[in-house]
Design a protein. Structure first.
Length: 276
C-alpha cells in the first residue's frame, strides 16, 4: 500500500518514513498524504502520510510534543477552533477529503467518537450522559433512548456496574468508570471511528487494564486511533503503530514488526528508551 513520500527533513539525521502495513485488513478508513500543519508561524506537522486501516487499532507513539495529539485532533477537525491554524496536503475519510470546501463538519464529527486524557463526564446523570449525543440529534423517543443507553453501556463494559444507578450523577463514578462512561457516550451514536487521546493517562493500573480490555472488545466494530506514551500499552492493544518524531511520521506498520524488528535505528532507540 503506497503513501505519499515524506518531505525532506530539516534534521539531516532524520530518516525517511518507512511504511509496512498489516496484511489482511478490511481496507482504509483514513488516508493522509503530505499533511502539513502550522500554528501561526510554527510548523507542527511535516508531510505526514499514512493509511489508517479499517476495524483495527492504530497507536500513535513518540516523545511529548512530536505531533501525535495534533494529528489525532485533525481527524475530526477539532483544531479548526485554533486561531492562526493553516494546513496543506490531504486527509480523507472513506475517500472524501475532510478539509475540502463544503464539508459538513458537524456531520463529520458525528461519524467519530472522541475520548480525552481525563474523563470528562457531564454534570448530569449517567443515563443523560450516555444519551446526550442522541438528544442533540433530536431523538426524543424514550424506548429508543433506553435501548441506546443500555447498548452503549454494555458496549463499554459498564452496564452491570451502572444499571441500578442510571439516575445518579455521573460524577459519583470512579475515574475508571467515568472513562468507560465517556467511551459509552462516544459510541452511543454508532460512529465509525473512535479517537482516543491518552485515555489511560489519568487512571490506575486496574482501571487501565479494563480500558485496554474494552479496546480489544471494540476492535472490529470501530476503527480505533489511540495516542499513548506507554510503549507497553501500544504493544498490548494495537494492531498497527505509527512512530512520530519532531512532527514527522518516521515509521509505521504492524505493531509486532515495529516493536520487535523496526526498520530504522531511530525507532529502535525510542522503543528501547534511549531517548524520549
Amino acid at each position: 500500500m503506497a503513501t505519499a513520500p515524506a518531505r525532506a527533513a530539516t534534521d539531516p539525521h532524520l530518516e525517511p518514513t518507512v511504511y509496512h502495513p498489516r496484511e489482511g485488513a478490511l481496507g482504509v478508513n483514513f488516508s493522509v498524504a503530505g499533511f502539513d500543519l502550522w500554528y501561526g508561524a510554527k510548523q507542527a506537522l511535516f508531510g505526514v502520510a499514512l493509511d489508517v486501516q479499517k476495524g483495527l487499532v492504530t497507536s500513535l507513539i513518540g516523545p511529548s510534543g512530536c505531533g501525535k495529539s495534533t494529528l489525532l485532533r485533525c481527524m475530526n477537525r477539532m483544531n479548526d477552533l485554533i486561531d492562526g491554524l493553516r494546513i496543506s496536503g490531504s486527509m480523507k475519510l472513506d475517500g472524501v477529503d475532510i478539509y475540502a470546501p463544503g464539508v459538513d463538519v458537524i456531520a463529520l464529527r458525528k461519524r467519530m467518537g472522541m475520548v480525552f486524557q481525563k474523563p470528562n463526564p457531564f454534570p448530569m446523570s449517567i443515563y443523560e450522559n450516555v444519551v446526550y449525543p442522541l438528544r442533540i440529534d433530536g431523538i426524543r423517543d424514550k424506548a429508543a433512548l433506553d435501548e441506546a443507553c443500555e447498548g452503549a453501556l454494555r458496549g463499554a463494559a459498564l452496564w452491570d456496574e451502572a444499571k441500578d444507578r442510571l439516575g445518579e450523577s455521573a460524577l459519583g463514578l470512579s475515574g475508571g468508570q467515568q472513562q468507560r462512561l465517556c467511551i459509552a457516550r462516544a459510541i452511543a451514536a454508532n460512529p465509525e471511528v473512535l479517537l482516543m487521546d491518552e485515555p489511560c493517562s489519568a487512571l490506575d493500573p486496574i482501571a487501565t487494564a479494563k480500558i485496554e480490555e474494552l479496546i480489544d472488545e471494540l476492535k472490529g466494530r470501530y476503527t480505533i486511533m489511540i495516542v499513548t506514551h506507554s510503549m507497553q500499552q501500544a504493544a498490548r492493544v494495537s494492531d498497527n503503530t505509527a512512530f512520530m518524531y519532531l512532527g514527522r511520521l518516521v515509521e509505521y506498520g504492524a505493531t509486532d514488526t515495529v516493536f520487535t524488528n523496526p526498520r530504522l535505528e531511530r525507532t529502535q532507540d525510542y522503543i528501547t528508551g534511549r531517548f524520549g
